[in-house]
Write a protein that binds this ligand. Structure first.
Ligand SMILES: NC(=O)c1ccc[n+]([C@@H]2O[C@H](COP(=O)([O-])OP(=O)(O)OC[C@H]3O[C@@H](n4cnc5c(N)ncnc54)[C@H](OP(=O)(O)O)[C@@H]3O)[C@@H](O)[C@H]2O)c1
Length: 238
């Protein structure tokens, strides 16, 4: 495993169930993290817990181009390079076609697909200049297998998978690696607003999902984990 000491990491969704544990694990292993989320209070808490100074945090709506431009400016005012980008922001709208409306569909695409696109447009050039980097995305299993009620969510997550696989082809002559993490159900606030009967106590613990990201961040640059699948033992769908 490669050390995280001296690595500069941009983590989105740092206020979330998976992201907050990831922030603590990465910072605890010596990485220099820059944390983003939407909720200022939660961001302050995660920053304090991970020993991240306020200057290396930004609360923003990650699907707004101007906000992502501001993030880029603040990030590079604090850190000279970006070694790892972890895209851990996202929303879950799980509704069947009877109740799914236009706003649900568009919001799913905006936060789960357009936002990672905006981040790539802002941060990929610096990785290209350095000719190295690692981008970790979390399409989840619904980014490669269907589920009833997941039309909008899967559209966004299959889109994310496809976008990242295409960009991987563009980057073949660089040392920029892309990892897509296909997680099954993780017990996190993600499920708080989803009207579906699920067994949260049987899901993967958020900290365990974060440990997978932490592990991926330490893979030696000589190889690449292009995909990882981590599912609850009692609910394996792929
Ligand atoms: N939980 C699961 O079962 C599961 C399974 C497979 C894949 N995933 C994926 O894993 C990622 C993390 O999920 P999680 O379980 O940690 O969910 P979570 O606890 O709901 O956290 C979601 C994170 O995304 C942030 N976020 C959402 N919309 C945003 C926006 N417009 N601008 C900025 N930040 C925004 C949230 O910020 P605030 O909290 O500050 O609003 C929060 O930090 C998501 O991409 C999700 O699709 C989750």
């Amino acid at each position: 495993m490669e050390t995280l000491k001296g690595k500069n990491v941009l983590l989105t969704g740092a206020t979330g169930g998976i992201g907050s544990h990831t922030a603590r694990l990465l910072a605890g292993s010596g990485a220099t993290v820059f944390l983003t989320g939407r909720n200022t209070e939660k961001l302050r808490t995660v920053a304090a817990e991970s020993g991240t100074p306020e200057a290396r945090t930004l609360a923003l709506d990650i699907a707004q181009p101007e906000a992502v431009q501001a993030l880029k400016a603040q990030y590079f005012s604090q850190l000279p390079t970006i070694d790892i980008l972890v895209n851990a922001a996202g929303i879950g709208i799980i509704k069947t076609m009877d109740t799914l409306d236009d706003a649900d569909f568009l919001r799913s695409l905006q936060y789960n697909l357009y936002a990672p696109f905006l981040l790539l447009k802002s941060f990929l050039p610096a990785m290209k200049e350095a000719k190295k980097g690692l981008i970790i995305n979390i399409p989840g299993v619904l980014g490669k297998t269907p589920m009833a009620g997941a039309a909008a969510y899967s559209a966004s997550k299959y889109g994310l998978t496809g976008m990242m696989q295409s960009i991987r082809e563009e980057l073949k002559r660089t040392d920029i690696r892309i990892t897509n993490l296909f997680l099954g159900g993780v017990d996190s606030p993600f499920w708080d607003t989803i009207d579906l009967r699920v067994q949260r106590d049987k899901m993967i613990q958020a900290e365990e999902a974060a440990k997978a990201i932490w592990f991926l961040c330490q893979q030696p640059a000589s190889g690449v984990v292009s995909e990882m699948v981590l599912q609850p033992f009692n609910h394996q769908v792929i």
